[in-house]
Design a protein around this ligand. Structure first.
Ligand SMILES: [Zn+2]
Length: 136
């Protein structure tokens, strides 16, 4: 083992350093890495994103009812964070993100279905009216 004080190599189990006499058996109480106090902070003191912009966008563009759910959770992020509820703010942030994606996914699927219906309708109209239909 190496002396913590001067770095000299000593025999394992030696009580003191052969070079400087520092005790080898006791760990250094001031060793870095064993930071005392503090305590775990789940979010590291950084407010989680509230996804409010995304929630509003999916509400307007994709799916209104699910977007509103997302907006509700997004609003809870700020209110819970401001009241000191870090865990609640984090959970609300996760829920806002989840409902944003659900609303977005449903909106995309709904739009795809709408496009498919339009394509089918145009195709049927085109097939029925022939090439001379000319649109409207
Ligand atoms: Zn030493």
């Amino acid at each position: 083992m190496f002396c913590r004080n001067c770095g000299t190599e000593n025999a394992d189990g030696a009580p003191t350093c052969i070079s400087c006499g520092a005790p080898l058996t006791n760990p250094n109480p001031f060793e870095p890495g064993a930071a005392p106090g503090g305590g775990p902070v789940a979010t590291g003191g950084v407010k989680p994103p509230n996804y409010l912009v995304q929630a509003i966008l999916v509400t307007l563009c994709c799916c209104l009812p699910l977007g509103i759910v997302s907006i509700v959770y997004a609003a809870q992020v700020d209110s819970k964070w401001n009241s000191g509820d870090q865990q609640g703010a984090l959970a609300a942030s996760e829920n806002a993100k989840k409902w944003c994606w659900i609303a977005f996914g449903l909106g995309v699927v709904a739009n795809l279905i709408a496009v498919a219906i339009q394509v089918a309708a145009v195709g049927a109209a085109g097939a029925g009216a022939g090439a001379g239909g000319g649109g409207f």
